[in-house]
Ligand binder design. Sequence first.
Ligand code: TTP
Ligand code: MG
Length: 430
Amino acid sequence: MADTSDNTGFCRDCLAAARGGRRCGKCGSPRLLKHPELFQLTVAHVDCDAFYASVEKRDNPELADKPVIIGGGKRGVVSTACYIARIRGVKSAMPMFKALEACPDAVVVKPDMEKYARVGRQIRAMMQDLTPLVQPLSIDEAFLDLAGTERLHHDPPARTLAKFAKRVEAEVGITISVGLSYCKFLAKVASDMNKPRGFSVIGEAEAVEFLKPKPVTLIWGVGKAFAETLARDGITEIGQLQQMQENDLMRRYGVMGRRLYSLSRGIDDRRVHLNDEAKSVSAETTFFDDHASLEALTPPLRALAEQVSKRLKKTATAGRTVVLKLKTADFKLRTRNRRLESPTQLADRIFREGLSLLDKELDGTKFRLIGIGVTDLCDEDQADPPDLVDPDASRRAAAEAAMDKLRDKFGVKSIETGYTFGRGKRGHTP
Ligand code: TTP
Ligand code: MG
């Protein structure tokens, strides 16, 4: 068992027990970790620092002290920037021209998704050496529950995680930040608190006080639009939510009200669980009356393609194969696949492929169900490259992005395409 005899903390560099003072008595490092609940907490969130940029710096030491921006792919936006570039104001999702205005001497590197995925997998495998309970959230972050691992590692979770951070630095060559708490919500908040190379702890006893002055946007699921709704009701700080009754919050905000009630008080019962990774994304509908004509089948197909696209965009994924599903009036199932040249998350492309598959099935058969989906899922960064062969496709992709923006702003129903609005009034062959 590790020496945690004074039970206050340890040095993140040499792992010696901390004995008071601001520096480690053994190695002199200021990176001491102390907290009254340090050795009881088991839920962690681990997130790599400036992930893509860190990997590129690792692979090209000349970049070490330079501001580095990863991006400039199809959308001309910043994927991420190293911490040197961030000090100069560069942020993820910023248009590249703005980023270069803020930081003209930045080195811009094109993303190499395969490489980042490889590094992400390597780190994930190392996480699985710590505990089987690893729940990845994205390419560079995951929740870990280390309850019950003390006997295996001969260390409490806090020390196991500090060792892990050192191991990632030594073996992978990039840095990570760790948040340790008693629940997922606060573990994730903590990992973001002193990046890069951070390790923050939020204990149960301090949770309510800690949350009180924080903005409501810290709460999971409170995005810009919902924060504006809350602000209109005069609520901007979590402390205000702490004063409100659960039924009042639920009456005002529905299901989200319950979440506001619990999370504002640091109550979060969600467990760390293994992801059942989605293998496909699809949507289908069963008709009231059976349909045989393209005219009748086109509007639902378009609406379903939009649902699929919405889910892909939300999860930052894309699919390379489009699947059309039909069920005949006598319950026979037909599925038809088409592999695309590049993965897609666009409703327009999914719809058009689906429509051309559908076209071949129309032989007078009546259908009771239609579904559309994508499989062979991958990260969205590989999706929908500007189409040089078909300039119309790029135009439609831009139109779709504009519609998505409007939908976000005004709600889904505000924008309807010709296909879902009327009954397939526009031409239908792709
Ligand atoms: P993040 O973990 O959000 O960001 P980061 O790792 O670059 O920086 P940090 O965690 O230290 O704040 O995202 C992980 C990777 O995902 C990031 O390196 C690049 C990619 N990404 C995008 O491509 N676009 C985006 O808008 C964001 C936020 C991330
Ligand atoms: Mg990160």
